[in-house]
Design a protein around this ligand. Structure first.
Ligand SMILES: Nc1ncnc2c1ncn2[C@@H]1O[C@H](COP(=O)(O)OP(=O)(O)OP(=O)(O)O)[C@@H](O)[C@H]1O
Length: 320
């Protein structure tokens, strides 16, 4: 297995002559990428682009192809078909690698080094690294600088891996399940750092199984399933697309009538109130107010991202 150290070392040592392709607006892009492992198709004509200053969350059930997409953009594997570009170049080129930081699930680092030694090692790979104290601060490693990696807790290891991804002051950061094992305080601390990165114009691609995390951080969510994009948009757009929004109110309108309104997907009675689920709630509310002037206790709610996610991805794959 490639260690995280070897991956980063390669970043600055490999020189791969490849034609530069201009992608003026995208920091990184997968263009119609298919990736097969034998008979298994991990990515199936997937296109995805990342732009400066945005946090993009890549969501999908187990085996959807999220890690494969990240590995392709890191140049750790090549596409079977299609193109991968990072800063306009092949991601294996030194010009793009030096501007990229990564925190991977599979990362393994030497257990016998101290936190400070890991940080110094990673800083040595880059021409203009972040200051040691800055790495310690943004990764919340104060007080454990002299601890051996093997003595760190799961959450502390995650924080160190985040710090190592930051050592080169990257313009593009890949975070694969970054907050697994972190307590709430550390998770919130990392979220704050991710927001700061985006405010400084950096680009972050995040994969996570915590939908709350995608909802809280991402400017854009890309949902993939079976190697294809099944939905893409802001968290609010994804939520409304997956399951619609709900209108809750006291009304004399009947269920029979409400079912005739456009885009309605459910009508229920809950504790004396009528609850209508619809894809185009504004149009439905307008019609309801026109037909029932006495309508009261009106509330419109978005579904949880989790509901939308489950509606967008197939149960067969989700249970992989
Ligand atoms: N090196 C490999 N050799 C063979 N098959 C692979 C390899 N890497 C990934 N796959 C397969 O490709 C598909 C996509 O895997 P990938 O790890 O990208 O999914 P994922 O969305 O990251 O999943 P998870 O959420 O479980 O981490 C899966 O069917 C997986 O078994």
């Amino acid at each position: 297995m490639a260690t995280i150290a070897s991956i980063h070392k390669e970043h600055v040592e490999q020189h791969i002559p490849t034609k530069t392709i201009e992608l003026p607006h995208a920091v990184a892009a997968l263009v119609g990428v298919t990736k097969r492992y034998g008979a298994n198709t991990a990515l199936d004509g997937l296109s995805l682009s990342l732009h400066a200053g945005e946090v993009v969350a890549l969501l999908g059930p187990n085996g959807a192809g999220k890690s494969t997409a990240v590995r392709l953009m890191l140049g750790l594997t090549g596409p079977t078909a299609g193109a991968v570009r990072v800063f306009g170049c092949d991601p294996r080129m030194v010009a793009s690698r030096a501007r990229v930081g990564a925190m991977l699930q599979v990362a393994s680092v030497p257990k016998s080094l101290k936190v400070r030694e890991h940080i110094d090692l990673f800083r040595s790979y880059y021409p203009a690294p972040l200051a040691f104290d800055e790495v310690v601060r943004i990764a919340q490693l104060q007080g454990i600088e002299n601890r051996l990696y093997e003595h760190l807790s799961g959450g502390q290891r995650q924080r160190l891996l985040f710090g190592l991804a930051m050592c080169g002051d990257p313009d593009l950061v890949f975070l694969d399940e970054p907050t697994v094992g972190m307590d709430i305080e550390a998770r919130r601390g990392l979220w704050a750092q991710i927001r700061l990165l985006a405010e400084r114009g950096k680009t972050v691609l995040l994969t996570t199984h915590y939908l709350e995390e995608a909802d809280a951080l991402a400017h854009r969510i890309v949902v993939i399933d079976k190697g294809r994009v099944v939905s893409e948009g802001t968290p609010a757009e994804i939520k409304s697309r997956g399951a619609g929004r709900t209108i809750r109110c006291a009304t004399r309108l009947t269920a029979e009538f409400l079912w005739t309104l456009p885009s309605v997907t459910a009508v229920e009675q809950v504790r004396g109130l009528t609850v209508v689920t619809a894809m185009q709630v504004e149009a439905v509310v307008r019609e309801m107010l026109l037909r029932d002037e006495a309508l009261s206790e009106l509330e419109i709610a978005s579904p949880a991202l989790e509901d939308a996610f489950l509606a967008l991805t197939t149960p067969a794959t989700a249970s992989n």
